[in-house]
Design a protein around this ligand. Structure first.
Ligand code: MN
Length: 254
């Protein structure tokens, strides 16, 4: 079995190495990750400059590379014949920080799983719902179990999974929940500040807004100490709106 692992926290992120280590028993594990942190880069890809792979030494002599690109680049390159051909499964993470609700749009971690879906490869993104993670163990173990499951159960074309693991000790975890993407989003405030030379700069910030609780949502699961697994698909068409639009009185051509 061939697995490609990547992330958006960068090649030196401990979550990547924890994920890689957990999946090694499955067979050949290729790791390609951005040379530095790329969180919240979304589905950025590199089209207008060369991509360079830089080998990284690991004690077991495995194939690990840093890249001067984005998570989606890692998947595109890792799935190419230049690196030995298509992996069976792509796993992105283990991200430090949640990818709930609208995070799925901003996240480079999730974008890597989405890129794999575009390439027709089974994939999932996995994140821990905390910013100071000391123990990747439970998430790494779940990643192994889910990767094994993806050998048994096939994901439909154009789909992928988004996993969020609560940051609680293993003994406090209450199993797995299959969930919907929640309506969590951010109140995107922009702070205006002054730099030491008197110039103005801006800093994006924001507080999480939970727009009411929803049954079976990702955030409900992790708040209840369950691992959230949300199925997602590439097709973003809104069917109800499509039907409504067809009823609009738009005169074109006039
Ligand atoms: Mn990240």
């Amino acid at each position: 079995m061939r697995v490609l692992v990547t992330n958006d926290d960068g090649i030196r992120a401990p979550g990547l190495m924890a994920l890689r280590g957990a999946l090694l028993p499955l067979g050949e594990v290729l790791a390609i990750a951005p040379e530095g942190p790329r969180s919240a880069c979304g589905h950025a890809i590199t089209l207008h400059k060369p991509l360079r792979l830089m080998p990284v030494d690991v004690p077991d002599g495995g194939r690990v590379f840093a890249i001067n690109g984005f998570p989606a680049d890692c998947v595109a390159l890792g799935a190419s014949e230049h690196l030995g051909g298509r992996p069976d499964i792509v796993v992105s993470g283990i991200n430090v920080g949640p990818n709930l609700g609208v995070d799925m749009v901003y996240s480079g971690t999730v974008a890597a799983a989405r890129e794999a879906a575009i390439c027709g490869i089974s994939s999932f993104a996995i994140s821990i719902v905390a910013y100071d993670v000391l123990d990747f163990g439970p998430a790494a173990e779940f990643a192994l179990e889910l990767t094994r499951a993806l050998c048994t159960y096939e994901l439909p074309t154009g789909t992928y999974l988004n996993v969020n693991v609560p940051a609680v000790p293993r003994a406090e975890m209450k199993g797995v929940a299959f969930t919907r993407q929640s309506r969590i989003r951010y109140d995107n405030r922009i702070e205006r500040r002054t730099d030491p030379r008197g110039g103005t700069y801006y800093w994006l910030t924001g507080d999480r807004i939970d727009r009411g609780s929803q049954p079976e949502a990702d955030v409900e699961a992790v708040d209840g100490n369950r691992i959230s697994v949300t199925p997602a698909h590439l097709d973003v068409t809104e069917e109800k709106l499509l039907a409504a639009l067809r009823g609009w009185d738009l005169k074109w051509p006039a």
